[in-house]
Design a protein around this ligand. Structure first.
Ligand SMILES: [Zn+2]
Length: 254
């Protein structure tokens, strides 16, 4: 029997519904073939995740970023400082990027762009990959990433347009397909369009549940199963390739 290896490439273990029973969440992940979990902090509170990556050394990994709707001069400066202070213990910067869904006014959008460019520059300076949040601003985010010559990029929970998938692939970046691919048409189209060599999978838990219960890392298997069905590729191959891509992208010591 071949043992399947899965990685949840993006989730939020410090959010309420994951945090409450965190040890059970991790043990369910371990007993469901997950070999690593990348948890992403998106505000100033990183202490709990720092404890977690110590406790679950080489299993839980930390990506440090800031949710774009929260960008202010003060918060961006603070997070950049945190990134530098923690550059040895984090695997990536992110999620960072643009959010035009929540941020409507021109001035704030302009500042998001400035901050996003600063995060991209920082990721190159400390030689860490960047995990991008782009909501209703996908083209704009890609334009900026190309303009900044970003090379190690993961488009987290990329939600279209499908036409831009080719550009992402041409840049050799990754698309992270979330568990909501189980029932959301747009993610299904993207999963069909995106070759496995450019794909990783994520839960974004506790968000984007594939069912009516809360989402958590072990459910990344539901994304793998759906991708296998959509692409008519064996489940083991989907698991192997997405896991290898995540290991390489985050330079995981696995
Ligand atoms: Zn997220």
């Amino acid at each position: 029997m071949i043992l399947m290896r899965l990685i949840d490439s993006h989730c939020h273990l410090d959010y309420n519904r994951n945090r409450k029973d965190i040890d059970e969440v991790i043990s369910r992940a371990k007993s469901n073939n997950l070999v690593a979990i990348i948890t992403c902090t998106i505000d100033k509170k990183i202490d709990q995740v720092k404890l977690l990556i110590k406790k679950y050394n080489n299993y839980v990994f930390h990506s440090l970023g800031l949710h774009p709707p929260g960008y202010t001069k003060e918060s961006v400066k603070y997070i950049k400082k945190l990134i530098l202070e923690n550059s040895n213990s984090i695997v990536s910067i992110g999620e960072v990027g643009l959010d035009y869904h929540w941020v409507k006014n021109e001035k704030d959008r302009k500042y998001q762009e400035i901050a996003f460019r600063e995060f991209i520059k920082l990721s190159k300076k400390i030689n860490k990959p960047i995990v991008v949040h782009s909501r209703e601003a996908e083209k704009e985010a890609i334009d900026i990433l190309e303009d900044e010559n970003a090379s190690n990029v993961l488009m987290h929970c990329y939600s279209g347009p499908v036409e831009l998938v080719k550009r992402i692939i041409n840049n050799n970046w990754l698309i992270s397909v979330p568990t909501s691919v189980v029932n959301r048409k747009i993610h299904q189209k993207i999963a069909i369009e995106c070759p496995l060599k450019n794909m990783v999978i994520e839960t974004d838990s506790p968000f984007l549940s594939p069912d009516k219960e809360k989402n958590e890392p072990y459910k990344v298997i539901f994304a793998a199963k759906k991708i296998s069905e959509l692409k008519k590729i064996g489940l083991n191959k989907v698991a192997d390739e997405t896991t290898a891509n995540a290991i390489k992208f985050y330079s995981l010591p696995l």
